[in-house]
Design a protein around this ligand. Structure first.
Ligand code: EPU
Length: 287
């Protein structure tokens, strides 16, 4: 199969934070076979593999990624297919925003909380992304994944070890897609109203500038945003990287931030919260 391998493809524009250097090799496979082929190639050339997803929960280093960066942006990965058994098959490359829009049109309820998450299905599965009190695995029935050796497996939710912002089985595997389970009840107006409530809350409480979403996980029983805020860090800057004045757990790119600026600011925030509040925050984004 002929997936084009691009050398030195710049990654900044493919991420929501808009920073980062080039990939040594970059590819967009057109299906599972292509992906298997790429993984074999990476193995043969001894290249580490990085799945980009929507690029919303990672900070690419300024010097780039010395490996094979794979994006599932090809239409082959964007399926949205209601099944005769009532489930919904979605491909790993489908954006959550599109999933939510298509589900609304199809009268499928239960996916409203995904609307504002700037990610794809694959990334959301890998990190069990969440918002508005829900998380991805709330709606998952089964996951199809590929190991880095190219084997394809289907796993029931009950077979997976899933936690807050974590799915163990996808740590070293690639999510290909999932069968989701819509909530019972079909009421298009209720779906739309719920989405509007979430949109309003998000616009009021989260920044608009380029970011990687929340930088740190919430500590058990606590709120990273509140801890950072109470440590007096809103507006703190390194270069063009800034702790958002809207929500303190977001670092925003005010224009020309570098990856190094962002990482330095993450370390500064972490150290300050540790010394002021005695809590060591754990990053949520891949740094
Ligand atoms: N707060 C402050 N100051 C701030 C930010 C927040 O005092 O600068 C307080 C709020 O007033 C509130 C509490 O902290 O009492 C929690 O804030 P919020 O409701 O915004 O939720 P969060 O716990 O900070 C979580 C997720 C978000 C998700 C929102 C909305 C994590 C790390 N964050 O934020 O997820 O969008 O809930 O449901 O779990 C992400 O993971 O990237 C992300 C953005």
């Amino acid at each position: 199969p002929a997936t084009k391998l691009l050398e030195h493809e710049v990654l900044a524009a493919k991420t929501t934070m808009r920073v980062g250097g080039p990939a040594r090799v970059y590819a967009e496979p057109a299906g599972a076979e292509d992906l298997q082929h790429l993984l074999r190639e990476a193995g043969a050339r001894n290249l580490p593999v990085l799945l980009l997803g929507r690029g919303s929960n990672l900070i690419i280093p300024d010097h780039g990624v010395d490996g094979l960066v794979i994006s599932l942006g090809h239409p082959a990965w964007q399926s949205f297919e209601p099944q005769p058994d009532g489930r919904l098959w979605v491909g790993a490359g489908l954006r959550l925003k599109n999933l939510c829009g298509l589900a609304t049109k199809a009268g499928l309820q239960g996916f409203e909380f995904l609307e504002g998450i700037p990610g794809s299905v694959g990334g959301a599965l890998r990190m069990n992304a969440g918002a508005m009190g829900g998380w991805m695995f709330d709606v998952v029935d089964e996951v199809r994944l590929m190991t880095l050796a190219g084997e394809i497996h289907t796993r029931k939710k009950a077979e997976l070890h899933v936690d807050y912002r974590h799915c163990a089985e996808l740590h070293d595997a690639i999510a290909l897609g999932a069968w989701l389970r819509p909530a019972a009840g079909v009421d298009a107006d209720a779906i739309r109203r719920q989405i509007e409530v979430y949109q309003k809350k998000r616009v009021e409480s989260q920044p608009r500038e380029p970011s990687a979403g929340c930088i740190f996980k919430n500590p058990p029983g606590g709120s990273a945003g509140r801890l950072i805020d109470e440590s007096g860090l809103k507006g703190e800057r390194v270069g063009d990287a800034e702790v958002s004045t809207v929500h303190a757990n977001f670092i925003v790119n005010r224009g020309h931030a570098t990856s190094a600026d962002i990482i330095a600011l993450v370390q500064k925030v972490r150290a300050r919260v540790k010394s002021v509040r005695g809590v060591d925050l754990e990053p949520e984004v891949l740094l």
